[in-house]
Design a protein around this ligand. Structure first.
Ligand code: TYD
Ligand code: MG
Length: 467
């Protein structure tokens, strides 16, 4: 009986792949996050902890003194010593809140083939510093082939193809790089656990080891993480809690634009975004997105309207396109690319109820140019205009743009940073901008070359544009 208890037997635990909660038994529904069918079995083997060790607060050092680090007074902590490492491109710098913070752990998630490895290889090649690029996915030759496509080296870039975190960290300790890149966290494994790489226990443990290394050595580390079909970073949502920043690299695979968004940032704002274009020689920064997101066309077509939106601190003019046509089948179709479907339904309902435009017998398709997704509510007004424009088959002049949020009672609400939107539209040569009349406080229309039209309700669009 006693001998049996001492025998090491593989211990398994069930982890929720959504939130990382653990349970000794399989459960159909996770009691923590409420997701169904997310529990997966993982083998973990922990060293048996002696009763002595469990009393971890007992002083362990010589003469009974603790060796633990001393707590310090927060007022006495010196600041201003942190110098951020400038990333080679302004888009990444902006997204990180002004450069790479020493000792930070940054996770970049994205679908396969979107360009995560390319982005970070460019960082590794172009940041003038000593960089260690660790790949668990590709061989040295494959990485070199990509590097040849991307351009010339400005850095001292070392490649290590290894998946064992202990060996990686030994090598990193020896090399003392100024930046480390791990491609990808799902391929890494730690020898302390028996479970397979990519499993929740492994990912968590490896991320934890890398985090400790980053904090102790002050070397910033970029992690690449895969995302699953639902768009979450594969397996562990808990990875998002461990790291300092979570960036998401997204875009339509059939489109060349890629967007880098901040989902979490301990050192900066989370509503920044960077735009890139995937070219045959790597990713190019797009510093002036509006000029690309406006389609160049000569004729004025119905169903198009330009929205003056903001992404983070950056104004961006985007073309919205709508197609409204007679439904062939009984139930009319609704489809939206780059815009929330429920919000589209709401706008259609507002137009029916407040303005008497009937969409219920029509199919409605909505598309934003460039494969971009917009969450800024100021895009509502342009969408409403493009919908009416397509329904009535009346075109809107291409030098007119819109910025306003539409409320449930059809009122046009003020949006933030109107001035910046107006300035950007003016700079790009627009002649007229429609904004909410409630957001004009402190704005002098005479200062701009662009004509500013104000609206209070969606009904007013009828007389302004569709007579
Ligand atoms: P990759 O960085 O391997 O994606 P991820 O690491 O996110 O899986 O990018 C792969 C895609 O990028 C691939 O479809 C080819 C394309 N690509 C270019 O178009 N130009 C280039 O210069 C490079 C290196 C890749
Ligand atoms: Mg890759």
């Amino acid at each position: 009986m006693f001998i049996f208890a001492l025998m090491a037997k593989p211990r398994t635990i069930f982890f929720c792949s959504s939130c990382g909660a653990s349970s000794p038994k399989w459960l159909g529904k996770c009691p923590h996050c409420g997701e169904w069918n997310t529990f997966q079995e993982e083998i973990i083997q922990k060293e048996t902890v002696s009763e002595e060790k469990r009393k971890s607060w007992a002083p362990a050092g010589p003469n009974g003194k603790s060796e633990a680090p001393k707590a310090v007074l927060l007022q006495q902590v010196e600041t201003g010593r942190t110098v951020r490492l400038a990333a080679p491109d302004q888009e990444l710098n902006r997204v990180l809140g002004g450069g790479i913070v020493p000792g930070s752990l940054v996770l970049i998630g994205g679908q396969p083939g979107i360009g995560k490895s390319t982005l970070l290889l460019q960082v590794a090649m172009k940041t003038p510093a000593k960089i260690l690029y660790i790949s668990g996915e590709e061989s040295e030759e494959q990485i070199k082939m990509r590097a040849d496509r991307v351009g010339e080296f400005k850095s001292e870039c070392y490649i290590l193809t290894e998946t064992n975190t202990t060996k990686i960290l030994q090598q990193a300790q020896e090399l003392q790089p100024q930046l480390m890149i791990v491609d990808s966290i799902q391929t890494m494994s730690t020898p302390h656990l028996d479970s397979a790489p990519g499993g929740i226990a492994q990912v968590r443990e490896c991320a934890g080891e890398l985090l400790r290394f980053a904090k102790e050595t002050n070397i910033p580390i970029f992690l690449i993480g895969h995302i699953n079909k639902e768009g979450d970073i594969a397996g562990p949502k808990l990875l998002e809690h461990i790291v300092d920043c979570v960036l998401q690299f997204e875009g339509d695979r059939h489109n060349t634009y890629r967007i880098l968004r901040t989902l979490k940032n301990r050192f900066g704002s989370t509503d920044e975004m960077g735009i890139y274009e995937m070219q045959s020689a790597g990713l190019r920064e797009v510093s002036n997105p509006s000029e690309l997101l406006l389609s160049q066309k000569d004729e004025e077509l119905s169903g198009c309207a330009v929205a003056a939106t903001m992404e983070g601190m950056r104004p961006m003019l985007i073309e919205t396109q709508a197609l409204v046509s007679k439904a062939v089948f009984g139930t009319p179709q609704r489809s939206a690319t780059g815009f929330d479907m429920r919000r589209l339904s709401m706008l259609l309902a507002v137009l029916e109820k407040r303005c008497g435009y009937f969409f219920s017998i029509n199919d409605v398709f909505l598309n934003l140019a460039g494969g971009i997704r917009v969450d800024d509510p100021a895009i509502d007004l342009a969408i409403v205009v493009s919908l009416i424009s397509s329904l009535m088959d009346v075109s809107i002049p291409s030098n007119v743009c819109f910025a306003g949020e539409v409320g449930l009672s059809g009122e046009i609400r003020a949006v933030q940073r109107v001035e910046q939107r107006i300035t950007e539209a003016d700079r790009l040569g627009f002649k007229e901008i429609y904004v909410s009349k409630y957001g004009m406080k402190g704005i002098d229309p005479k200062r701009y070359g662009i004509r500013i039209q104000t609206l209070g309700k969606v009904e007013e669009l009828k007389s302004a544009l569709f007579v």
